[in-house]
Design a protein around this ligand. Structure first.
Ligand code: BG6
Length: 517
């Protein structure tokens, strides 16, 4: 096995605490997520000097591969998915830490063998018996893998003076497919592990711009005083994608956009936008406030589901300049599928800050542009002093948090149009991340993996948060199941979804803000 080598000279000075010594065990090491995200994220962490020298990776998957084959695959992934990966010294340092262990996750015999194998890797790399398991597998394996790890002692932590070590598990999404299944997965996990060992990942929390919502709100004095029902008219959250189902038809057709995006990613965006200031940035203080918001979302009655939620499915059309097929013509999708690829809804939050302020959400595949943003629309000025400018002709102030692909913040306000007469126009004041901070190589998983290595759970979902997210969508799932849609497909690829989504806001005298790029 490999000898320890020093952090290479090419590694830049690190900003932040180095990860603890540990072994990362990746279940599903031959899969897409590992290649596209996890390996590049580890490489970027190595490049930033944030991996411990005492670190190793053991990939576990069913495919037969030698360590050398695995390293070759890892090298391909780094070359394909990391920007500027020409540092030979760094690669040399990195690749010495990779091992591969072939096996079937369902096989009970795998686990004692893996335990012996990990003991050797641990010794060779002095990783202090700290192990974290990343479950990049199909969701049906989540519970069984953790149970089997526990049965052979691989979840046991040591708290003694001479044998202190940790064991953690990172669980990918989807965490359950409804409230009941999410609860039962939580029970299964928490039977054999403590909540502090369970890291439920939501990759939206790895995005810089999502984390910046907290900094924006709570590190500045000027926004919080107006961040409430007195000044805010409504909030819009849009997660628009141009892609279709990208070869994931069999997964997606069972999930649909509601399950795929709302209880997880969109709930994160809502809770960060709407939460009260936490008493500290301690993981539980932040998550307590997020959980409170999720619990405060008004559950919908059957009638409200019918009037406040919209579902859609794309037909054929044009995406990014090319003709694309209808959802029902995608691979692994039944020709009469009733699965939604678009969702819009209006939610209300029952608390003093947000009473009567609608939160409109929408997410869809095959939209005209890829764009995730949060629009905070302020109330109009109560009256306008300028002659010939009726108040209803003035655009209200909007603050937009641009999450992706543009990363930044913009504020829209009224200004005088130059000229001899007093006319008002709407202008934008823009902040762009890249302009100020440059571009950091990032997959969005760096921070999350590093947090797991240092034991910081702030950006991971707690059991109660996951369940609260599912509670919001449960009544919708029930009604939609009972009343299958009759008009699918109801929007053309390359458009902003069904017209009913526009009507949802028009009924309230409002309008979606659509970005062109
Ligand atoms: C995933 C969903 O969780 O998030 C996908 O399963 C979706 O369907 C993806 O495309 C969106 O992530 P991002 O980071 O591209 O916005």
């Amino acid at each position: 096995m490999a000898q320890l080598v020093e952090t290479p000279a090419t590694t830049p000075p690190r900003i932040g605490k180095q990860g603890d010594p540990c072994v990362m065990v990746i279940f599903g090491a031959a899969g897409d997520l590992t290649g596209r995200k996890l390996i590049p994220a580890l490489y970027n962490l190595a490049r930033a000097g944030l991996l411990s020298r005492e670190f190793a990776v053991v990939g576990v998957a069913r495919a037969k591969m030698s360590d050398e084959d695995f390293k070759k695959k890892v090298h391909e992934d780094v070359k394909e998915f990391c920007d500027d990966c020409t540092e030979d010294d760094l690669w040399e340092w990195f690749q010495r830490r990779f091992y591969y262990f072939a096996g079937d996750f369902n096989d009970d015999k795998l686990y004692p063998q893996l335990k012996d194998y990990l003991a050797k890797v641990d010794q060779d790399h002095s990783t202090h018996q700290n192990f974290f398991y990343y479950l990049a597998t199909a969701p049906s394996f989540f519970g069984p893998i953790v149970e089997k790890l526990s049965t052979c002692g691989l979840m046991e932590q040591g708290n003694g003076q001479n044998s202190s070590h940790w064991r953690r598990v990172i669980i990918e999404k989807p965490f359950g497919h409804d409230l009941e299944s999410a609860k039962s997965l939580n029970q299964q996990l928490l039977k054999v592990a403590d909540e502090t060992q369970v890291y439920r990942i939501d990759h939206y929390l790895g995005k810089e711009t999502v984390q910046n919502i907290l900094a924006f709100r709570f590190a500045n004095g000027i926004f919080e005083p107006v961040w409430n029902r007195r000044y805010i008219d409504h909030v819009q959250i849009s997660v628009a994608e141009t892609v279709g189902v990208e070869g994931r038809g069999s997964y997606f057709d069972h999930a649909g956009s509601l399950r795929d995006m709302v209880p997880n990613h969109i709930m994160q965006l809502i809770s960060l936008t709407a939460m009260e200031p936490p008493i500290s940035f301690d993981a539980n203080a932040v998550r307590d406030e997020q959980a409170k918001i999720l619990h405060a979302i008004q559950p919908m009655s059957d009638e409200e589901v019918l009037s406040r939620t919209i579902r859609g499915q794309y037909g054929e059309g044009t995406a990014e300049g090319k003709r694309v097929p209808a959802y029902r013509a995608e691979e692994d999708v039944p020709a009469d599928s009733r699965t939604e690829t678009f969702v819009a809804m209006k939610l209300l939050i029952d608390n003093w800050r947000w009473a009567d302020v609608p939160f409109y959400l929408r997410t869809g595949k095959r939209m005209p542009v890829r764009n995730t943003h949060i629009v905070i629309q302020f109330r109009r000025a109560p009256f306008v002093l300028f002659r010939d400018t009726p108040v209803e002709h003035l655009m209200p102030n909007q603050l937009v948090l641009h999450i992706q692909p543009e990363e930044g913040i913009s504020l829209q306000f009224a200004a005088k149009v130059p000229g001899p007469v007093m006319r008002l126009g709407t202008v934008d004041m823009n902040f762009e991340y890249q302009e100020y901070f440059g571009k950091q190589p990032s997959t969005g998983y760096e921070r999350l993996l590093h947090d797991c290595m240092i034991g910081d759970q702030t950006l991971f979902q707690r059991a109660d948060m996951v369940e609260a997210g599912w509670s919001v969508v449960s009544p919708i799932l029930d009604i939609w199941k009972a009343l299958p849609p009759r008009n699918f497909p109801n929007y053309a690829s390359g458009t902003w979804g069904p017209k009913e989504a526009d009507e949802l806001l028009e009924r309230d005298g409002r309008r979606w803000r659509n970005f062109e790029k």
